[in-house]
Each structure stands twice: as C-alpha cells, then as structure tokens.
Design a protein around this ligand. Structure first.
Ligand SMILES: [Zn+2]
Length: 453
C-alpha cells in the first residue's frame, strides 16, 4: 500500500498493536456480546460450570477473547469468580498467554487424530497449578472426522476439572454429536454504531483524534469484525499520525470494498455503463483479479436481489452498515431487474473461468446489464406496458389474448408483439432503442412473468 507519508506526526506509538492493547480483559469489557457474557457470569456465580462450550460467530467479534476471560474467571486465585482480579499470578499469566493449564490450540493446524489423541492423554492429568485445565480450540470445525471422534470420547466422559472451549466461524461443520455435548453461545457481528463509539473513545485515550466520517469508513471496511477494524486503525496511525480523517481512510484503503461493489452495481442498475467500467478499472488497478471481482459482484447482486424481493433474512454475514448500503443501492429498483443483471453477471463468471478474454467478458456483461436498465428500468415501465397493450390490441389474435389464456402464453406473445413494435418504430426511434431490442429478447420474458408465479 502507499504507506510512505510525510504527514506522519509526533505521536509516540506504543509497540503493542491496538488489537492486543485494547483487548477486553473482563466480561464487562467485551462489547456487543452481553447475551453471552451475562449468561457466563450467571453460570459462574451459581456454580453451574459446563464441561464444554461452543463459541460460534464471525471472525474478530470476541470469541477467543471471551474464552480467555472465562479461563481467568475459573482459574483466578479468587475463582471461580465472575470478576477475575486481574492481579493474581494466574490472571496475569492467562493475559500474557503463559499459563500452564490454559492451552490454546489452533484447530486448523492441529486437525488430525494424533494431535487430539495426544490432547486426550494429557487431559487425564490434573491441572499443574491446581485449578481448571482449560483447552481453547480455535477454528474447531477444521478438525478431521477421526479427530472429532477422538474428541467425542473425551466429551462423553470428561475428566474432572477439564473444560473445553471451542471457537468456530462455521458451527454447521461441527458434528451434531459434538454440538449436543456443548453449551452453545452465538456471538454477533458488532453493530457499526457501537464499534465506532468504542474505537473513538479508545483512540482518544491514546491522544488520537478520529473524525466521525473516518470512524464510519473504518467500521464499514471492517465488516463488523473488531479485529479487522483495529488492524485498520493500526495502519491508519502509521499512515497519517494522530489525526485521522475520512480522507486518510480513503487514501489508505481506497474505496472500501462494499462501496466499490455498490458503486458498480448502482451504475449498472441506473444505466450508467461507463461509470461502471471506470470503477472496474479502479478495482483492477487496486489489485483485484477479474475472477475475484466478478465473484464479489455476483455475491453483492445476490444480496441486492434478496433485499429487493423482501427476503433480507437470507442475507447472512453482513454488518448493519453493509445492509444499509444494500438497501440504498437497490432503492427504487425492481427485483426482476436485479435478477436479470445477476443472470448476466453469473453467466459471464462462467465464461471467464474458461475464456481467453476475462476482462472483456466482465465489461461486456456489465455494459449489457446497463442496457437492461434502459429497457426495463422502473421509470420506463409504464411506457413499455402501454406499448405492449397497444400492440396487443392491434394484433389479430388479440381477442384470444384478452380472453386470458395461460400467463406464459401471454408473456411470449407480449414479447413478440413488442419486438414487432420495435421493428416498425426503428426508423424514427433512437439508436438506444435499437440496441435494446436484443436485450429485450433476452430479458423481456422474465419481466413479463407475474411476480408470484
Ligand atoms: Zn486473579
């Protein structure tokens, strides 16, 4: 990135990166996950401590952090306590990551049966320091089937004072037999407003000022992951010193990914093909490959389609500010229009995999999609319907059409009626109209089909 800046100012930077320095140390420090921390506190206070916990949720929202706090709560000299003292030897060593009985295992790199068998052997021995022996297995869904089976054997007969905390971004990949033996806690994506407030306050403590525009850009770029937001903050401070403005964020990150995708889609949906191609160029300059870009576009369009058709429950894994962006992008656009664009883009994605001219396929699909807007934009819809109706009345078999045969039949007739109308008009109609006739042939049918069929 273009990190060499002369604007760097005299802020004394501590060595510790924000993600570590600002890591919550107690249950009450963990933000936006009160439904988890309250339950854990209550369980500890009423001595109902489970043998295995599953912390699921998107990355960077506090799963491992909460696991460490739980370990402190259990092994603190005053423990088990909902309020670990943070001063005793155990608390300090868990914070520093050097406690003998709190073992953090990365499930992605220790996924085989041998590692889990070894863990099983060691779990039999009592905790070296007399408290609880706690295994925190991160990305547990990465374990192999055999490893899960070995793990299941421990969970079926857990040794006394051994506790497992599994963290995962993909709970669906964890076998049901394991799930049923754990207490599950679902961590949520951190709402932008809460994240912005937190980062702003912490930054201020460090003598760093961040404008609200910059904060909202950082939060959007983070996609609801606090870890990502903090690592962007680290870069920003190195990039622009102690005064972070919206400009410094866009200077460092360029256009935030979701904004870029929204820009391209919006341009296409509003028939501004050249704007879309400019943005594509920017994206490729920034290091996107054509394949990555078209995949990201297809994903974004899918979300637009769900939003336009009122099925937002299907939009998963997005922060609230991204959902707002999706609603804004699709405002006033019909779901059928989005669907047609998505079809073209998805078709181009297939072409790109095997084709010799990926960029041309991408640009061609976007240009064609932008024409769809002219042919079937919501603003034009009444006149199109009018044309179709007029032509249908003039058509010899219009009586039959009025009698109302099957809807699909009608749709077919309407399209052909419209084509002939376009043909007769071509003499005096604009060039654009001519260009659109092909697009209509491709997409017109979808627009004619009643919505609830
Ligand atoms: Zn303590």
């Amino acid at each position: 990135m273009t990190g060499s800046s002369n604007r760097r100012q005299g802020v004394v930077l501590s060595y510790l990166v924000f993600a570590r320095k600002w890591r919550p140390q107690t249950f009450s420090d963990v933000i936006a996950q009160e439904h988890v921390t309250m339950t854990l506190r209550n369980a500890i206070e009423s001595s109902r401590i489970g043998h295995a916990y599953l912390f699921s949720g998107p990355r960077g929202v506090g799963k491992t952090t909460t696991a460490r706090i739980l370990a402190k709560a259990l092994n603190c000299i005053n423990g088990p306590t909902a309020n670990p003292c943070m001063e005793c030897d155990a608390c300090c060593r868990i914070t520093a990551g050097g406690h003998l009985d709190v073992l953090e295992i990365d499930g992605a790199s220790n996924r085989g049966i041998d590692e889990i068998r070894e863990l099983r052997e060691k779990a039999r021995y009592a905790a070296a320091e007399g408290g609880y022996k706690i295994y925190i297995i991160d990305e547990v869904h990465m374990l192999t089937r055999e490893a899960f089976n070995a793990l299941l054997k421990i969970l079926e007969e857990p040794p006394d004072k051994v506790i497992f905390i599994f963290a995962t971004t993909e709970p669906r990949k964890v076998p049901a037999t394991i799930l049923s033996r754990t207490q599950r806690f679902d961590f949520r994506r951190i709402p932008s407003a809460i994240m912005a407030e937190y980062i702003g306050a912490e930054a201020l403590k460090e003598g760093i000022t961040v404008t609200s525009e910059a904060l909202s850009l950082v939060c959007r770029a983070s996609g609801g992951s606090m870890r990502d937001a903090l690592s962007i903050m680290d870069q920003l401070v190195s990039f622009s010193g102690g005064n972070i403005s919206g400009e410094s964020v866009s200077g460092l990150l360029g256009l935030v990914e979701s904004d870029l995708l929204a820009g391209i889609c919006s341009a296409v949906l509003h028939s501004r093909g050249s704007v879309a191609l400019d943005l594509v160029d920017q994206a490729l300059v920034r290091g996107y490959s054509v394949e990555e870009l078209i995949d990201a576009l297809a994903g974004f369009l899918r979300n637009l389609l769900l939003s336009a058709s009122g099925a937002e429950n299907g939009i998963s894994d997005l922060s609230d500010s991204e959902i707002t962006l999706i609603r804004q992008t699709v405002a006033g656009i019909s779901d059928v229009h989005v669907l047609n664009v998505l079809r073209l883009v998805a078709g181009a994605a297939d072409q790109i995999r095997g084709g010799s001219f990926p960029r041309i396929s991408l640009e061609g699909a976007l240009m064609t999609s932008a024409k769809l807007g002219i042919a079937f934009g919501l603003a034009d819809l009444p006149s199109v319907v009018e044309k179709v109706a007029v032509t249908a009345v003039k058509t010899p078999d219009s009586g039959e059409a009025a009698a109302g045969s099957r809807e699909t039949d009608k749709a077919f007739r309407n399209v052909s009626a419209m084509e002939s109308k376009t043909d007769t008009d071509s003499g005096n109609s604009s060039e654009t109209e001519k260009e659109n006739s092909y697009v209509r042939k491709v997409s017109g049918l979808f627009d004619m089909i009643p919505e609830n069929r």
